[in-house]
Design a protein around this ligand. Sequence first.
Ligand code: GAR
Length: 199
Amino acid sequence: MTRKKVAILISGRGSNMSVLIEAAKAPDYPAEIVGVLSNRAAAPGLEIAQQHGIATASLAQSKFLSRDMFEDTMTQILESWEVDIVCLAGFMRILGEDFVNRWQGRMINIHPSLLPDYRGLDTHARVLADGGKVHGCTVHFVTPGLDEGPAILQVQVPVLPGDTPETLSARILIEEHRIYPEALRLLASGDLSADKVLN
Ligand code: GAR
């Protein structure tokens, strides 16, 4: 079995990153995590990745003259790691079209909502403000439109009386941690044809 080389892009605590790293330790998992890249040097996930012996890099977009230059540098790092698949795991930057197109069919994201509902930020608070009864999370292919790409796996989570954004997000995070390793397994093993999903 040739394992696909995966880079994870993060901005923060990296709990989804951590479950992907753990999943990839299984000998029969079809992907290995070769690097973790953060757009924030202070992202706690970077230190976790380093403790696992994984290569890390951090790049602040503000240090670059343009988003293109920032993303070209990300591409150079990913290419130096010989990456096949990119997983966005709490990467809180909108990516430009050129970067997204370069990884079309090979870049996936986890989002805390039942896409296509509640794209963007603060999904838990918005669902509660709307009186929603069901919320959830989705792993999807990344396409140029924000949170618009085709879904790979999605799980519903009921909204309970008395839920706050914190309690709801904690229950959803448990499901995120179940479906992200499974979605990456599907993509990396070839069981999921990105071409069929995207065309
Ligand atoms: C996760 O809940 C993820 O779904 C969300 O950020 C959190 C990152 O947590 N992503 C987005 O909102 C992307 N639009 P983590 O760093 O512990 O994985």
